[in-house]
Design a protein around this ligand. Sequence first.
Ligand code: MG
Length: 297
Amino acid sequence: MSFFEVHDPRFASYVMGNAPVKQLATGFDWVEGPVWFGDAGCLLFSDIPNNRILRFTPGVGISTYRAPSNYANGHTRDREGRLISCEHGTRRVSRTELDGRITVIADAYLGKPLNSPNDVVVKSDGSIWFTDPHYGIKTNYEGFQSPQELPCNVYRVDPDGTIAAVLTDFNCPNGLAFSPDEQRLYVADTGRMFNADPQHIRVFDMGSGLPKGGAVFHTISPGCADGIRCDNDGNLWSSAGDGVHCLAPDGTLLGKILIPETVSNLCFGGRAKHQLFITATTSLYTVTLNRAGVQRP
Ligand code: MG
């Protein structure tokens, strides 16, 4: 069987016929938020409904990193390598300090509680950008069902702690990623999970420092774009209903990595950031690529 679908000749050089898609672990409920810790040689990811952050260590297996996790969802690392986490249960973004203490990055805007921060990235200037859809407060499955008090915005937190709503015209912003040169910001809108709102990836021009534009970049099918990541060449790798889709900077579908479960998110890791870790419904998968991701560190 083939693990890949080549839609453009470029993609044929990104994957390797002798590098299979492997299921690393299964038995979870809805996994999300993978983040690679090269210094610790492990991957962290969330099993949201089971209220825990898990650790995958190659050659060792799965262990619990944090439980309860406040129904944590997406994660990233900041410029100092600290873990930044979106938490549905506490409706906040937190930072885990190197000594284990937890610092609250954001839990309110204009005096009202955030909805349920979903995914987060850190820009090279240290600002923290996160999406705040309502998924974690709509039901008791991925958090605590609660009234929504704010629109589903995209926020930026500056290093001095100032929080700003930078994108306010989304139905349900979800995954987000900067291009390698940070001249572009991609944001996925997954509105259709709960209604017939648009589901697509939008692209913003960051030339002025603030996101401008916001045209539809690509509409994933089947399924929708949840988590997204860029590789070093500016290709965007997106979660989808049938696996991971690789999109060129002009939005062209280059190819697919086929996964037998709905994919929620992905991240690059491994020795050369050439290994893709994929969270997909009940399982964690991996595949080695002839490509490297831009995640830091
Ligand atoms: Mg997400």
